[in-house]
Design a protein around this ligand. Structure first.
Ligand code: ZN
Length: 253
């Protein structure tokens, strides 16, 4: 593969802020961000690239999606966070995206779908401030967000992602629940995550099979329903009871 790891990092640094903007910006809640980051870092540390710098950011967009940008910038949307119910499900999602980064799937997809010229433009336009470059950067950021991985890469992200989450201490059923949620979600309104990912049906089958053969007694592994509720669900403004001042839930428990 001709794209170096340093190039991955350079592309990530250059386009991550642009992609963050496209996704409605960072959710303005430091505690929520720290929680998402801590779950992500816990998995990244036991990945095949424990020394790489990863960044996990929750963004405001309502669509149900998550993105991995080369070099280790991972974004998860508010729309997705609202649909998850446990820390293990979040871990499954982040582990899947972490594999896309550590296996360098996006590097392969970039060279296949965006061509060589992008990489050289990306390299030389860094730091340029003229408007032409700004709009080109925006266009390229959109292209990066639209990268599609192959079916084989997706399965690898699912399977290795499940291994990552278990090594990090999470109950692997979270991965199955994640895909069940996406499948349900898709009946109501097509989930954006599924426009770039193969059908959940298949994935639920092979993920369940892996649990049976490898992780048939996940007792003691983290599910984290209460942790996820207090760290994420109760902090997302859109699902807080409008009659509440936001402090009620602290005293209700
Ligand atoms: Zn994927």
């Amino acid at each position: 593969m001709f794209i170096s790891e340093n190039k991955d990092i350079e592309i990530g640094q250059k386009y991550a802020p642009e992609i963050e903007k496209h996704l409605g910006g960072k959710i303005d809640d430091e505690s929520l961000q720290n929680y998402i980051d801590s779950v992500g870092q816990r998995i990244a540390r036991i990945s095949h690239r424990p020394g790489w710098e990863f960044h996990f950011t929750a963004v405001e967009h309502k669509m149900v999606n998550a993105f991995a940008v080369p070099g280790g910038h991972i974004f998860v949307t508010k729309g997705m966070l609202e649909k998850l119910t446990t820390e293990a499900q979040l871990a499954a999602l982040l582990a899947h995206e972490i594999v896309h980064v550590t296996a360098r799937h996006s590097s392969a997809a970039m060279s296949r779908q965006m061509g060589l010229s992008f990489l050289f433009i990306g390299a030389t336009a860094a730091g340029a401030k003229i408007p032409q470059d700004a709009s080109r950067a925006a266009a390229l950021a959109l292209q990066l967000m639209g990268l599609k991985y192959s079916r084989v890469q997706e399965k690898q992200a699912d399977v290795a992602g499940m291994d990552y989450m278990v090594v990090a201490g999470y109950n692997p059923h979270g991965a199955v629940e994640l895909h069940q949620m996406l499948q349900e979600q898709d009946k109501v309104r097509p989930a954006e995550f599924l426009s770039s990912h193969p059908s959940p049906k298949n994935r639920i089958i092979y993920l369940n099979a892996r649990i049976q053969t490898r992780y048939s007694s996940p007792e003691g592994l983290i599910i984290g329903k209460n942790a996820y509720r207090s760290a994420v669900l109760e902090r997302l403004p859109s699902i807080v009871d409008p009659a509440s001042d936001g402090l009620d839930h602290l005293t209700d428990q």
